[in-house]
Design a protein around this ligand. Structure first.
Ligand SMILES: [Zn+2]
Ligand SMILES: [Zn+2]
Ligand SMILES: [Zn+2]
Length: 258
């Protein structure tokens, strides 16, 4: 599926949008490498990333491309006879890595026969078929599951899973906090109680929606907070989480959309 290549990238810490986060991340005390690891997110826009990849590929291809098939010294194209000889000499040879890269990047294009097209046109998208596809791609079975490391998957589409488990609209669960997503704050975070972003049980046992400030506090990322305050916030987080789970436990949310 083709992703839209936007020229902007969102900072996962403050949600501001930029063309590149390279300089901006310094404001949060982050280096690009640590940011990428912690948030599993891009530092440059998808469009920039695409351009970088393409430039790299073109560079590789230029370096390894076979010389133009022109008869030596004449500047004229090969004769039919010469072409046959070249083709015979090449048959059975493996594709070079550069060639493979070019194919996978779609640089060389690829032909879909009229028959294939006709068949594809006639595939019926019944509800049943949709459901089966969705089931086949849910959670761990999706090829972008990556062992639960993908933020998008563990939240689901539009934080689908979080909302199923913690309520819609999402609110900050920190006692006394009034932040509600879409009402008085643009977005509510998903805090990982044990601090491990890769620990994502689908029943939400390691998740807790928090506003940005209470999330930063609970993670110990607020410079103004003392160690005691951070520990108190974490203990509170566990407590409200346990209470919520006692009263509203949903079990695992396997699908990430309706
Ligand atoms: Zn930011
Ligand atoms: Zn957190
Ligand atoms: Zn809050």
């Amino acid at each position: 599926m083709a992703k839209k290549l936007t020229p902007i990238v969102k900072c996962e810490i403050c949600y501001e949008k930029y063309k590149s986060l390279a300089g901006h991340l310094r404001k949060h005390g982050y280096k690009a490498k640590r940011y990428k690891e912690e948030f599993n997110a891009l530092v440059v826009s998808p469009l920039t990333l695409h351009r970088i990849k393409m430039a790299r590929l073109r560079f590789i291809l230029r370096q390894r491309a076979p010389k133009k098939e022109v008869a030596v010294g004449t500047g004229r194209p090969h004769t039919e006879e010469a072409k046959r000889k070249i083709s015979a000499a090449r048959s059975g040879k493996k594709l070079s890595n550069a060639h493979k890269l070019a194919i996978s990047a779609g640089l060389l294009g690829h032909e879909v026969s009229e028959l294939t097209r006709e068949l594809l046109r006639n595939v019926e998208f019944t509800d049943e078929r949709r459901k089966n596809i969705s089931k086949a791609q849910s959670a761990e079975k999706s090829n972008s599951w990556k062992g639960g490391k993908s933020r998008h998957l563990y939240f689901g589409k539009d934080k689908y899973r979080l909302k199923k488990i913690f309520g819609d609209p999402l609110k900050c669960f920190f006692p006394g906090c009034t932040k509600i997503e879409g009402e008085n704050v643009r977005s509510v975070d998903c805090h990982h109680l044990d601090g491990d972003h890769e620990n994502n049980p689908l029943d939400g046992m390691n998740w807790l929606p928090l506003c940005r400030r209470h999330h930063m506090l609970s993670d110990g990322r607020l410079k103004s907070a003392t160690k005691k305050e951070v520990k108190a916030a974490r203990d509170l987080g566990y407590k409200v989480h346990a209470t919520h789970m006692k009263n509203h436990y949903t079990g695992e949310i396997k699908s990430y959309h309706d």
